[in-house]
Design a binder for this molecule. Structure first.
Ligand code: ATP
Ligand code: MG
Length: 437
């Protein structure tokens, strides 16, 4: 993308309404635009990032054996009456009526709908286990939408739903998702700690929240520093081994981490003092095992191997895809702007032309830009160098290729790594090699 033609409305001033750094940076770097309280339009830079985050989530769900579907945002109130949650859900649910006065709602989550879809097809134990997920907009009429996309009213969530014949099967599905989550967040450059959680309005028996550390987080957390060392993507854990999955689950759940609500002083005292850490965190995912909480009232049952009808054991598994964009910025920024981890960056590199109109600079920039294609944002504007540097730092591209007249004449460029601030003079070929990884 050429910056001179891009729709990237960056702001010089810090927006007054934004209380936390990720919200300020998302507005300043032109990622989103608020259209009503807690509702955001995603502009090109933000939308590219949101898609990258969603794609990592998708790949790890697929790897764990979940299958992607797409359910609608609008649901019928009737389904929610069957589970008993229509009245229970309260004012966070956006309720609507169609022209025939039928009661509808904008889905805050999809347990009822997926149970309805599944019950119309699943007849026998051979139809189990299955795990279905989608990445879809949700609406929750939060009392206090704030912190930009981190607590919006309309937000993008990945929600998966597992159906198993037995409790043991359901626990296996749960462990598989927990592992998939650890991999997902680490791929985004985040450290997410799984913590035992209350099951809340979803209900059920077993639940973990995934919390990433950030000073501005809404929850206080206590954790064992060992969590900072474990490499969930490392050679110790083969991604398709059931034993490794079990080991990973055991390690993740045995290492102490808890929010203040669930903090257990006795267990904390057993963590060696030098390893005790306290901080604040942001919830980026939440998983639940809730047995037959929906299958029973909604009449989902299949014929078991012995001919008896069995109600499937279910779980649900959420990731806040749009919240993650804010959370990643909370965890990766400095005074100058965003520092995108490679895996989620909207563009891998900015190509910065320091002297637009200089034949050597223009030719070299064009060459690099053409080689990088869609991975690059080419700053070809007739702006001062200082403005270009500031914008590139603000937008946070992992690499900056800086092309000035002296370097261009010698066939050299400067390559800057945004995460560390390191700069090196290199040949264009070396720069391309590094950027492509
Ligand atoms: P919270 O405790 O933050 O209100 P929740 O427990 O109500 O979230 P879940 O029902 O567990 O949320 O939803 C799954 C995930 O969706 C959460 O872990 C979070 O990442 C994301 N999420 C929930 N509410 C919002 C929101 N208002 N804005 C953005 N993301 C959200
Ligand atoms: Mg939650």
């Amino acid at each position: 993308m050429r910056l001179s033609r891009a729709f990237l409305p960056t702001l010089k001033e810090t927006p007054a309404e934004a209380q936390i750094v990720s919200h300020r940076l998302m507005l300043r770097a032109g990622l989103v635009r608020q259209t009503s309280a807690g509702i955001y339009a995603w502009l090109p830079m933000g939308w590219r990032t949101l898609q990258r985050v969603g794609q990592i989530v998708r790949e790890e769900q697929d790897r764990a054996g979940a299958q992607e579907i797409l359910m609608p945002t609008i649901q019928s109130a009737e389904l929610w009456r069957q589970s008993g949650r229509y009245d229970a859900y309260g004012p966070e649910m956006l309720r609507l009526k169609d022209r025939h006065e039928r009661e509808m709602l904008f889905g805050p989550t999809n347990e009822e709908m997926v149970t309805d879809i599944f019950r119309s097809f699943a007849k026998s134990y051979r139809d189990l286990p299955r795990n279905l997920y989608h990445i879809q907009w949700k609406f929750r009429d939060e009392v206090r939408p704030r912190f930009g996309v981190m607590r919006g009213r309309e937000f993008l969530m990945k929600d998966a739903y597992s159906f198993d014949l037995t409790k043991e099967g359901a626990e296996h599905s749960y462990r598989q998702m927990l592992w998939a989550y650890l991999r997902t967040f680490q791929r985004m450059g985040l450290r997410a700690l799984p913590m035992r959680a209350d099951t809340g309005p979803i209900g059920g028996n077993l639940s973990h929240e995934f919390i990433i550390l950030a000073e501005t987080g809404e929850s206080a957390v206590f954790y064992d520093a060992d969590f900072e060392q474990i490499d969930w993507l490392g050679a110790d854990f083969a991604p398709d081994s059931v034993q490794d999955m079990q080991r990973c689950y055991d390690l993740a759940t045995a290492t102490y981490a808890a929010t203040d609500e669930m903090h257990d002083e006795a267990a904390w005292a057993r963590v060696p003092e030098a390893r005790r850490r306290q901080g604040r965190g942001i919830e980026v995912g939440h998983i639940f095992y809730f047995g037959t909480k929906y299958s029973a009232p909604m009449g989902l049952s299949v014929q078991g191997p012995d001919g008896q009808q069995v109600q499937p054991e279910m779980g649900s598994y959420g990731i806040g895809v749009s919240r993650l964009v804010g959370a990643i910025i909370e965890a990766n920024h400095d005074e100058a702007g965003i520092k995108w981890p490679d895996a989620v960056a909207p563009f891998r590199a900015a190509v910065i032309n320091l002297k637009q109109g200089d034949a050597a600079c223009d030719a070299l920039c064009d060459k690099i830009y053409r080689a990088l294609g869609d991975d690059a944002l080419y700053d070809d504007r007739a702006e001062r160098a200082g403005v270009k540097f500031a914008d590139a730092d603000l937008m946070g591209h992992p690499w900056q290729v800086i092309v000035g007249p002296r370097g261009a004449a010698a066939g050299m460029v400067e390559l800057k790594r945004r995460m560390t601030g390191e700069r090196h003079e290199v040949s264009p070929e070396d720069a391309l090699g590094k950027i492509r990884g």
